[in-house]
Design a protein around this ligand. Structure first.
Ligand code: SAM
Length: 193
């Protein structure tokens, strides 16, 4: 079973609601997202919808995990749901004002991050990516073993960013949040060549 399918029921308590300081991060993220103007938004890798509910405007929820999507759907009743695995987005060009991805981009490997950025630019006027910063200020990536509450373990790929690295990968833009622990960058989509 996919890691996130299995983790869905315990995701919030082991991430955003974890007592080890993530609530302080959540508050910073909520404040940064509140600064955005309302726009029809595609939330890619929405998970349980914990962050999705802070996105201003009509939200479309996309995730590869049906278990995650069904939790997010309960949190955002009425949101359109898309069950799909990125980097390809099964959506028409220029459908959204904003394409957003939180804590997904840094899990993608090889060509997938660049492909996802291209796809986000294709479907939306601007792209916003939230991902985790390297604590020591040095970009790094590799496999990571994650333990679930039942004691089982699964391996994920994880990239930890610096803000300049993240900005360069989205093709330049502005920084909506720089810490604690996470960054949010925004880039405007270029017209397709
Ligand atoms: C770390 S969670 C982040 C969830 C949410 N955005 C948040 O920040 O709380 C990553 C989410 O992305 C989804 N995901 C992982 N790889 C995916 C892919 N290739 N395509 C679509 N969703 C994916 C997982 O199912 C999971 O819900």
């Amino acid at each position: 079973m996919d890691y996130y399918e299995k983790r869905s029921a315990e995701y919030d308590q082991t991430s955003w609601d974890h007592p080890d300081g993530e609530t302080r991060v959540a508050e910073a993220v909520r404040t940064a997202l509140a600064s955005l103007s309302p726009a029809p938004t595609l939330d890619i890798g929405c998970g349980t919808g914990y962050v999705s509910r802070w996105l201003p405007g009509q939200v479309t929820l996309l995730d590869a995990s049906t278990a995650m999507l069904s939790i997010a759907a309960r949190r955002l009743p009425g949101a359109r749901l898309v069950n799909a695995r990125v980097p390809s987005l099964p959506l028409a060009s220029r459908t959204f004002g904003r394409a957003f991805a939180a804590n997904l981009y840094g899990h993608l490997t090889s060509a997938a991050p660049a492909e996802l950025v291209r796809e986000m630019r294709r479907v939306a006027d601007e792209i916003v990516i939230l991902d985790q910063l390297a604590g020591d200020g040095r970009f790094r990536e590799g496999p990571e073993e994650r333990e679930l509450l039942d004691g089982s373990t699964m391996t994920v790929h994880k990239r930890y960013f610096t803000v300049p690295q993240l900005l360069s990968e989205v093709g330049g833009g502005d920084v909506l949040m720089n810490g604690p622990a996470f960054a949010i960058v925004r880039a405007t989509s270029q017209p397709p060549k």
